[in-house]
Structure formats: structure tokens, C-alpha cells
Design a protein around this ligand. Structure first.
Ligand code: PEP
Ligand code: MG
Length: 865
């Protein structure tokens, strides 16, 4: 039978999948000679087996052997004091292969019994500490293993403080804590879930509870949001306790080897004196910056600097480590690759490559391409900002404006109405994950830069300000107080997660500045990119922005957006209303001049690069006012409105998305087709005559049959004879066009995959209405992700691959592109990187597309043949 329990010394070189991230990190640290308390690891394999069968035969024998080894290494006995030595106590922690901060459970001080308390008191000379240890064990065990709510223990603690007339925990003496421990014991007994006073029973209960915690609701939610597979399971780390709460020369802290918000090199983190375990991460007391250790414990600070240096050299990445100081002696309890903002990710990757710690290729692979738009996040415009209402810690950069919401439910309510919300909490716990995910900003009154709120906000890319101490939040009453000012639910707040400032009302924001480091990273990435990257842009401003982000042309210029502009709309409506060829010709003539100027500006902005213009796509009624408004105006005697109303009623469709639009409209109203194409060709001709280098291309939307393409091509050829030809293509965005790709391909120069419509039609779900139920599908695990965001490789991707391959076979010169929203999503870009010639993304996501395409090229190069 496979081994399921490993001592750290046996675990070196085993996989993270088997040991979990925590166990793996400990084994690596021990191997690197860093001070780690003795521990053993129960593998994820055991967890998976337990969750499947409800037991793991033979496991407890292995656990006992592991514990015997810990006894040997520490010279202490599990749960029993011996002579002057205190009993061996352990922590039992979960550690999944993928980091899930705060999502699963931990029990500290395990192994303590009534007899053990006496031994601990004797050995440390500190009975208060001993009883406090038992009390903490009872509360944690009661919660994690026996399923009692944490507020029950908190309530009993508050009641005792009230009885004793004291305000703080610290004012309780040893007898008080002994009394409290007995109350906890009696409570658990009366509840029918007695606390086991046998250390081995405690150990078994805790290990099984950690196994089960893999399935708890907040862990499931976290996995869903981050796309972590359900079947990994968690490992369990059982480690000899060290105590950070033995006095002023003890403490506990969290360190980062570089700043997780900015990426700046240097030790960074927080320390809580005379505190144990999760106190820092829980954010209940606000810790002090590590810097301060320089003043009162310079030796310790120096030691931490060295530890940080060694961790980075060993792990070759920025590390987030937890440590405890027991009576001046430093122990490392955990290390992992630190979560970081997009800014920090880029800076760390580039600087580590420049320091020679990693290669340039590794640097390119390290940055999450989807996070790049976060780099361009706005901040509060300081010139226009009033005096801030509050100042807290800048935990996650970017500025946000939203309505104050004090609960998950309130955030969800605003979200459902399409309104931005700022989640305001005393502090956050893993229960708040839904609200944090949906909120535009997060504000907490308590906790430091490594509190739950800060860590999770950075991971989610949500701007956050934490530890705003002047804030008092009353979630139950739907209000908060800040410096005497009341904030009610729905009040507008602005926060800047880069400065920590919070304002009442909506303050204007400014866009982020230039990003030299990102440019360097992209310059390393670019040689590995094969896939072209263009932009979706239909204004000269968007075109310019896209070009500045490195777009190599426009892959989709949606011309209808030009029709919606105020000066054109009346002519579009006259076109729709035209009853004679003369009326139609007049409207088209006016629109022609507008279009020609539009195209000239865009072609100029993209001079020398291809610009794919898509002919009109939406159904005509979209250009008319809503029926109800027209009816009202007609009733008031407005004749024009009356005529529009009759037209609008005639054009009304039950399913406009599947109706008279795209190629169908263009072929049956060829005047629009001719007008648009002539405007494009003439714009290009005039620019060329003026010495520019315009590269127009034209494409037809929503075809489903080769006959449509043939007819469209014939229409285009009429004008090509006059102006000379330009590349002519079609969108492939109906499943039938994909199925008939081999017949369509010889008729065109390029395909552009419209994955928005292709997804909508392949799934048979309306992209305008899917928001009402798709999120629930994802929540319930029916879909692994939202296919309107990320390309569904299995279904839509299969259509796309088939059409690409068969199209190219039928026309070897066929060019292939993608221009749906997926064109700027990293996973989708990687999927098409080998299949297509280019992708086209909205301007801000051009950077994501460039990096993702380069990463695809690199991972192809790195893959063993
Ligand atoms: C598409 O369908 O993917 C597309 C790009 O066109 P639109 O979103 O304008 O329908
Ligand atoms: Mg479309």
C-alpha cells in the first residue's frame, strides 16, 4: 500500500499535488536548512480516499508512527508533560495543492488535556498561558471539528469579561481562563458533542475535519471563482507547536520578500507581538509593520532579511511566509508564492529576470495575461478630490466609485440593478467572498495589509482600502460612522486602493500612466508570438489607443456605431422611412459623406495597417426610438412619429437577433451595402492620393450560406472594378457558416470568427438575456465558466477548429481571424494561437492578447516533443 504519511525529511522532492502547497513549502524549507518546526504530512491521496469511502484503512497506524517521530525530534511526549518538559502539542492545518487562503480549517494547540495544562503551566511557569492555550483549543476544535458556531465561544468570553468587569482579554487572569475552559467543556458536553480529552482522539477528529473542510461551502465558492478542480483534495500538515504568545519576546508575523502591491524589492510585512497563530491573518488586531522590528529587535529583523533572501533564492519567486518567534527564536511555519497585483507581478517578473534569478522566458510565463488591464487601472484625480473622509491602508490598487453596501446581500442587490457597489465591513471573513467578488471596491475598518480582505481583494483585482480605523460599521443597521459622518446603505463612496483614501460621493478618476516595465516584459515576449493581434475599434480615438497598445490593425470596425451618432441618426431614419427610390438615394447620399469621413479618420489612425470594416449588422428597428415613445408622440399629433411608428411596427421582430439583419439586410437592401463600401473605397483612394498608406478590408456579417457570400462578392466586385480590389471576407458566426466553411472559403480572402454570435447560436442562448441565468449555471457547477467570457473549447471551439481547417484546405490562401469578445481573453487566445492568423480584442485587452499569444508560443517551444 502506498505511503500516506511523510515526515518533512522524507518528503523532499515529492509533488505539490501530493503534499499540498503548505506541506511542499515546509519540506522545501527544511531541505534548504531554514528553521522549521518538526512536522509530518498526510497526503491529498488520503483525503481523496477519505472523501470517497469515509475511511482510510491503515492510516492511523501511519499517523501514530509519524507522531512518534515528532516525539523523537522534539524530545517531548504527545499530550503529556514529562519531567520539566512541556507536552508536545501540534497544529493541524489544511494545505491544498493550490493556495486557497483562509478557505479551510486549522486547529492549534492540539493534544492538550487537563493534565497537559498543568504540565504546560509548570514547564513555562505561566499558568495563564497554559489555560489560554486550552481555551483556544476548545474554541477552535469546537468550531472546526464539532461544528459549533464561533460566536458561541465569543459570547461566553464576553459574558465572563462582563462578570469580571474587565474590558479586554488581557485583563483576565489564569483562574478566569481556567473557569472559561471549564465552561466551554461543559457547553460542548451539554450540546452532545463532548470534547475528547484523549490526545489521539483529538488528532483523529481534527485530521478528518480537515479532510471534510475541502467540501465546505466557502471552499467550493472559492474553487468555482478561481477555476480550481474539485477533485484535488487537501493534504493535512501536523506540526509541532511553537508559541508566539509567551510574552513580549514572542510574536507572530507574515512577511513578503517583495511588496505585493507594487513589486518593490525588500522585506515587507507585519508583526504582532505576543500573539498566536491566525491573529495576523484574521485581521482582528491591527499589527505593526516589520520595519519597526529594526528599532526594538534588530537581530530578529536581520535574521528575517536573511530568511527572505534564502527563500527567494530557493523558490525563485516572491514568497509570502508566516513565522513565529518563540522567546526570541525564529521559526518558519509556511511559505508560498505570494499573491500580487498586476503591477507587482510585472515588476517582480522583470526585476527577477534582470537579477538573474529567472530567465526572461520564465518572466514572460509568470504574468497572468488577463490581469494586464488592471495595470491600467485608474486612480482618484487628486486635483479634483475633496478632503478625504477617511484614510486606511492601501491594500489593492485602483480607484472605485460605488454605493455603500454593508452585506453580501446588499452588494448582490446593487449588482442585480446594474449599479456599482462598495462593500463596507468591519473586517472580511471567507463568508464574504460573494460580495467581495461582485463589489467594485472593498473597505474595512480593521485588519492590516495581509488581512483576509487585503489578500483576497488583490487576488480578485478589486480596489481595496483596509484598516480604516476611524470607521465604525454596523452591518445589521445598514449604516456606518466615519469621523461623526453617517454613511447609509446606497450612499456613494469613492476609494483609492493605491493611496488608502476614502471620499464621500463620486470623485472624478484619472487613468493610469505609462508602464515602462510592462513594455520591457512585452519586448521579451514578442519574439515568441506568432498570432497577430488587432483591435476592435470604431472610432479614431479607440484606434489610436489600440495602436499605442501595440495593435497591428483593426480586426473589427462595427459601422453601426457610426450610424447611432446624433448627426447621422435622422438620415438613418429617413433611409428606413424612404418610400421612393429618390428618397432612399438622398438619405444614402448624406450618409455616404459621413461614412467616408469616418473611414478616412480611422484609416489614417491605422495608416499602414489593415482595417477590417464590417458592413451594417443590426436590424433596422434598432435605429428607431422605442415603440412606446413613438406611440405616445403619435398620439400627441406628431406626424413624423406616426410614420416612424408604422415602420417600427412593420419592422418589429419576435427574435431580432435571429432576424432581418447582417447579410440578409445587406443583400435585400443593396443600397446600404454599396454606399458603405463605396465610402470605404473612396476614403482609401483620397488618402492614398494624399500620400498615406490605407489598408482597408471589408467583411459581411451573419452569413449562413455560400449563396449569400456569392451574391455579396458580386456586389463588391462591381465597385472593385471601379476602385481596384481590397481583401473581401466574411464573418463566420452562424453554426451553418462554420459547417459549410469548405464551400464558403473559395469565395473570400478571409474568415473572421464572430464568437459572440457563434457562442449564442451554438448554445442557443441569447447573449442579451444570458446574464439572468448564466451566473447561476456557473455557481451550480453546471458550466465550469461563462462561455460568453471565455471560449467554450469543446463545442464552439470545435466548430471554429473545423471551419478553420476545412476552410484553409479549400482555400490555402485564406486568412483567419477572431473578433468576438473572446479575442481579448487569455485562455481563448491561447486556444486559437496555433489555429488562426490573428485575434482582435478591445483596445485595453490588446495587451492581454499580445502576452497570451506569446505565452502560447513559449509553451509550445517548451513542450517536450
Ligand atoms: C460576434 O458576433 O462575435 C461579433 C464580433 O459581432 P457582434 O458582437 O457585433 O455581433
Ligand atoms: Mg456578431
Amino acid at each position: 500500500m502506498a505511503k500516506r504519511v511523510y515526515l518533512l525529511s522524507e518528503a523532499r522532492g515529492l509533488s505539490r499535488d501530493l503534499l499540498g502547497g503548505k506541506g511542499h513549502g515546509l519540506a522545501e524549507m527544511a531541505a534548504a536548512g531554514l528553521p522549521v518546526p518538526p512536522a509530518f504530512i498526510v497526503t491529498t491521496e488520503a483525503c481523496r480516499q477519505y472523501l470517497k469511502a469515509g475511511e482510510v484503512p491503515g492510516l492511523w497506524g501511519e499517523v501514530r508512527a509519524g507522531m512518534a517521530a515528532l516525539e523523537g525530534l522534539t524530545g517531548k511526549r504527545f499530550g503529556r508533560g514529562e519531567g520539566k518538559a512541556p507536552p508536545l502539542l501540534v497544529s493541524v492545518r489544511s494545505g491544498a495543492p493550490v493556495s486557497m487562503p483562509g478557505m479551510m480549517d486549522t486547529v492549534l494547540n492540539l493534544g492538550l488535556t487537563l493534565e497537559g495544562v498543568e504540565a504546560l503551566a509548570r514547564a513555562t511557569g505561566n499558568p495563564r498561558f497554559a489555560w489560554d492555550s486550552l481555551r483556544r483549543l476548545l474554541a477552535m476544535y469546537g468550531e472546526v471539528v464539532l461544528g459549533e458556531g464561533p460566536e458561541v465561544f465569543e459570547g461566553m468570553l464576553s459574558a465572563l469579561k462582563a462578570e469580571r468587569g474587565v474590558g479586554t482579554d488581557a485583563a483576565l487572569g489564569p483562574e478566569d481562563l481556567e473557569e472559561l475552559a471549564y465552561r466551554y467543556l461543559r457547553h460542548l458536553e451539554a450540546r452532545g458533542t463532548p470534547f475528547p480529552l484523549d490526545p489521539w482522539a483529538q488528532l483523529q477528529g481534527a485530521i478528518e475535519a480537515v479532510f471534510r473542510s475541502w467540501q465546505n461551502p466557502r471552499a467550493r465558492t472559492y474553487r468555482r471563482i478561481y477555476g480550481i478542480p474539485e477533485d484535488l483534495g487537501t493534504a493535512v500538515v501536523v506540526q509541532a507547536m511553537v508559541f508566539g504568545n509567551l510574552g513580549e519576546d514572542s510574536g507572530t508575523g507574515v512577511g513578503f520578500t517583495r511588496n505585493p502591491a507594487t513589486g518593490e524589492k525588500g522585506l515587507y510585512g507585519e508583526y504582532l507581538r505576543n500573539a498566536q497563530g491566525e491573529d495576523v491573518v484574521a485581521g482582528v488586531r491591527t499589527p505593526e509593520p516589520l520595519e519597526r522590528l529594526k528599532g526594538y529587535a534588530p537581530g530578529l529583523y536581520e535574521e528575517l532579511l536573511q530568511v527572505a533572501e534564502r527563500l527567494e533564492r530557493h523558490f525563485r519567486d516572491m514568497q509570502d511566509f508566516e513565522f513565529t518567534v518563540e522567546r526570541g527564536r525564529l521559526f518558519l511555519l509556511q511559505t508560498r508564492a505570494g499573491k500580487r497585483t498586476a503591477q507587482a507581478a510585472v515588476r517582480i517578473a522583470v526585476e527577477m529576470a534582470e537579477e538573474g534569478l529567472i530567465s526572461r522566458e520564465e518572466a514572460v510565463m509568470r504574468v497572468e495575461a488577463n490581469a494586464l488591464p488592471g495595470l491600467l487601472r485608474p486612480s482618484v484625480d487628486r486635483d479634483q478630490a475633496p478632503r478625504p473622509l477617511l484614510k486606511g491602508l492601501p491594500a489593492s490598487p485602483g480607484a472605485a466609485v460605488g454605493h455603500a453596501a454593508f452585506t453580501n446581500e446588499a452588494v448582490e442587490r446593487f449588482h442585480a440593478q446594474g449599479l456599482p457597489a462598495v462593500l463596507v465591513r468591519p473586517e472580511t471573513t471567507p463568508e464574504d467572498i460573494t460580495g467581495m467578488y461582485l463589489a467594485k471596491g472593498i473597505l474595512t475598518a480593521r485588519g492590516g495589509l495581509t488581512s483576509h480582505a487585503a489578500v483576497v481583494a488583490r487576488g480578485l483585482g478589486v480596489p481595496a482600502v483596509v484598516g480604516a480605523e476611524a470607521l465604525r460599521v454596523f452591518p445589521g443597521e445598514g449604516r456606518a460612522l466615519a469621523e461623526g459622518v453617517e454613511i447609509r446603505e446606497g450612499d456613494l463612496l469613492t476609494l483609492d486602493g493605491g493611496t488608502g483614501e476614502v471620499y464621500l460621493g463620486a470623485v472624478p478618476l484619472v487613468e493610469a500612466g505609462g508602464e515602462a516595465l510592462l513594455e520591457k516584459l512585452l519586448s521579451w515576449a514578442e519574439p515568441h508570438r506568432r498570432l497577430g493581434v488587432r483591435a476592435n475599434a470604431d472610432t479614431p480615438e479607440d484606434a489610436q489607443r489600440a495602436r499605442a497598445f501595440g495593435a497591428e490593425g483593426i480586426g473589427l470596425c462595427r459601422t453601426e456605431h457610426m450610424f447611432f451618432r446624433e448627426d447621422r441618426l435622422p438620415w438613418v431614419r429617413r433611409l428606413i422611412l424612404a418610400e421612393t427610390p429618390e428618397e432612399e438615394a438622398l438619405a444614402l447620399e448624406r450618409l455616404f459623406h459621413f461614412q467616408k469621413e469616418d473611414f478616412k479618420e480611422i484609416l489614417r489612425a491605422m495608416d499602414g495597417l489593415p482595417v477590417t470594416v464590417r458592413l451594417l449588422d443590426p436590424p433596422l428597428h434598432e435605429f428607431l426610438p422605442p415603440l412606446e415613445a413613438l406611440a405616445r408622440r403619435a398620439e400627441e399629433g406628431d406626424e413624423e412619429a406616426g410614420r416612424l411608428l408604422r415602420r417600427a411596427e412593420a419592422l418589429k421582430e419576435a427574435n431580432p437577433m435571429l432576424g432581418f439583419r447582417g447579410a440578409r439586410l445587406l443583400l435585400l437592401r443593396p443600397g446600404v451595402f454599396r454606399m458603405q463600401l463605396r465610402a470605404l473605397l473612396e476614403a482609401a483612394r483620397e488618402l492614398k492620393e494624399a500620400g498615406h498608406d490605407p489598408r482597408p478590408e471589408v467583411m459581411v456579417p451573419l452569413v449562413a450560406d455560400p449563396k449569400e457570400v456569392e451574391r455579396a462578392r458580386a456586389l463588391a466586385e462591381e465597385l472593385f472594378r471601379e476602385y481596384g480590389p481590397i481583401p473581401f471576407g466574411t464573418m463566420v458566426e452562424t453554426p451553418r457558416a462554420a459547417l459549410l466553411a469548405a464551400e464558403i472559403a473559395p469565395l473570400v480572402d478571409f474568415f473572421s470568427f464572430g464568437t459572440n454570435d457563434l457562442t449564442q447560436m451554438a448554445f442557443g442562448l441569447s447573449r442579451d438575456d444570458a446574464g439572468k441565468f448564466l451566473p447561476r449555471y456557473v455557481e451550480e457547477g453546471l458550466f465550469p465558466f461563462d462561455p460568453t467570457e471565455r471560449l467554450d473549447e469543446k463545442g464552439v471551439g470545435r466548430l471554429l477548429r473545423m471551419a478553420a481547417e476545412e476552410g484553409r484546405k479549400a482555400n490555402p490562401r485564406l486568412k483567419l481571424g477572431l473578433c468576438g469578445e473572446h479575442g481579448g481573453e487569455a485562455g481563448s487566445v491561447r486556444f486559437v494561437a496555433d489555429l488562426l492568423d490573428y485575434t482582435s480584442a478591445s483596445p485595453f485587452r490588446v495587451l492581454t492578447a499580445r502576452l497570451a499569444a506569446a505565452q502560447a508560443g513559449l509553451s509550445r517551444a517548451l513542450k517536450p516533443a
